[in-house]
Write a protein that binds this ligand. Structure first.
Ligand code: ADQ
Length: 457
């Protein structure tokens, strides 16, 4: 059996028995725990010395990391990956910026990853690369003589070609992506957008099998692998009495209705529009005043990037203004918490919430939506209000689907969720649970690995 080598921008800080936050980390860990293998990535530290850090092992997993220099960090991480690629991949072209020097920095760091990884590769290793930071890694590994099977799973959306082409270096990026043997996407919309680009702008020719495309003298296989969650684990965490204590206490304090949102603080998550929708809901439904609380949990992320500082300031202002407008001496309608919580606190909180607002402007998948559904009591489940532009909406079409740009529509959906009859809530929940049990995290991993082992058509 071949060894699995996982590469991602960050290697999650893992300790035996400790739950990790974040979808990517959970998925990767799961894949590695079963068969063992190697996990390679950035240590998260900035230093002048570019020597790889000593190997660490956790159970059957070997962890290898490298530091980045300040220039690498600025050009690769803050610059091209998060200042250019992230907004464009999420259709936010107005928020993107582009500098050729940062793109060169991005390529250079992909090359540094390849240089440090190449000596660790054995001939029959299977190399599984994750996400938008490493689009150029396969090409750099190939240039070092690595001939193993290499696959990339993109956790973000892949946008329509005209949107992607707003990145001036789009042609080199696509060519770099085509050095992979397998490209995995969250949804068919993303996969089709990629194929569209390759066919219309790079003379690609779709082949008859394996959703592959012949381009740049090679055949690249593509596939759709919606990432899932461990349904039973989430529910178990939500139910454990010791975990539930705080959530139950909070529920008692919050009177009748808790509406919950949990996101990284990111402009792609639609938080500003969501706050506006809640304000409209309050204005339209005075009978709910004093009875409903909206809790937004949003730990800051990428806070050294200007667009992230701006959205944070905006949200703080809006939260204060909305509370100032509606709060009573004994009721605060909006609770805005800028921090992250351990999963054993978060999962029972999901279970207590009558509704969960997941309203990204775009999202590759959105695991919060899936975790919320998995955490519910099937006898008395809450209602998921979900953006039609989250990858999760393709599977969870029994949620209340909304357009995140439609504030009035979202406000109505909140009222609909709070007044939904039990039977309808149960039916919708059951339908979503069934899909999630089929498209589990195990299936995501197994299907990707099996297709990567395959001969690529
Ligand atoms: P993210 O953009 O980070 O992931 P998401 O899929 O929702 O978005 O995953 C977030 C994870 O972090 C969830 O597991 C959630 O429980 C956890 N989390 C969020 N806020 C938290 C908090 N305050 N405290 C603790 N934990 C918190 C990217 C893509 C998504 C894609 C995933 C996985 O942007 O579209 O679904 O990767 O592929």
């Amino acid at each position: 059996m071949s060894r699995l080598v996982v590469v991602s921008n960050r290697v999650a800080p893992i300790q035996e028995g400790e739950a990790t936050a974040g979808g990517l980390a959970a998925g990767v860990l799961d894949a590695l725990k079963q068969k063992g293998g190697l996990w390679f990535g950035w240590s998260g530290e900035i230093s002048a010395g570019l020597e790889p850090k000593p190997e660490r092992t956790v159970g059957p997993i070997s962890l290898f990391t490298i530091d980045l220099s300040r220039q690498d960090y600025d050009e690769f991480y803050r610059g091209f990956a998060n200042g250019t690629l992230w907004p464009v991949l999420h259709y936010q072209i107005g928020l993107g910026r582009f500098e050729w020097a940062e793109f060169e920095g991005y390529r250079r760091v992909n090359g540094l990853f390849a240089a440090a990884l190449t000596p660790l590769i054995r001939p029959d290793d299977l190399i599984w690369v994750h996400d938008y930071h490493l689009l150029c890694l396969a090409g750099a590994l190939r240039a070092n003589g690595v001939s193993n099977r290499i696959g990339l799973f993109l956790h973000t959306p892949f946008p329509a070609p005209d949107v992607f082409m707003t990145i001036p270096s789009h042609a080199s990026l696509i060519q770099a992506m085509c050095a992979y043997d397998l490209l995995g996407f969250q949804t068919e919309t993303d996969r089709t957008a990629f194929i569209d680009y390759v066919v219309r702008h790079a003379n690609g020719v779709p082949t008859a099998i394996d959703d592959a495309v012949a381009v740049f003298g090679r055949v690249v296989r593509t596939g759709v692998y919606p990432i899932g969650v461990h349904v039973e684990d989430v529910r178990a965490q939500a139910e454990t009495p010791i975990n539930r204590r705080q959530a139950t206490r909070m529920r008692a304090n919050l009177l009748e209705g808790l509406i919950l949102s949990v996101d990284r603080l990111d402009y792609s998550k639609g938080l500003r529009q969501r706050f506006a929708a809640f304000e409209r809901f309050l204005a339209d439904n005075p009978a709910r005043h004093g009875l409903v609380t909206f809790m937004q949990i949003a730990p800051p992320s990428r806070s050294d990037i200007e667009t992230y500082q701006r959205i944070r300031r905006e949200l703080e202002g809006e939260a204060g203004r909305i509370n100032g407008r509606f709060a009573e001496v004994d009721w605060v309608p909006l609770r805005y918490l800028n921090r992250s919580f351990p999963r054993n606190v978060l999962m029972p909180l999901y279970a207590e919430a009558q509704a969960c607002l997941v309203t990204p402007l775009r999202d590759g998948m959105n695991l919060v939506a899936k975790e919320y559904v998995a955490a519910q009591d099937p006898e008395d489940p809450g209602v998921l209000i979900l953006s039609e532009f989250a990858g999760a909406a393709r599977e969870l079409d029994a949620a209340l689907l909304i357009n995140p740009y439609d504030e009035a529509g979202m406000a109505q959906a909140i009222e609909q969720a709070l007044s939904m009859p039990l039977e309808e809530r149960q039916d919708r929940h059951q339908a979503m649970l069934t899909v999630m049990r089929t498209n589990s995290l195990e299936r995501w991993r197994d299907r990707f690995e099996a297709d990567l082992v395959g001969d690529g058509g």
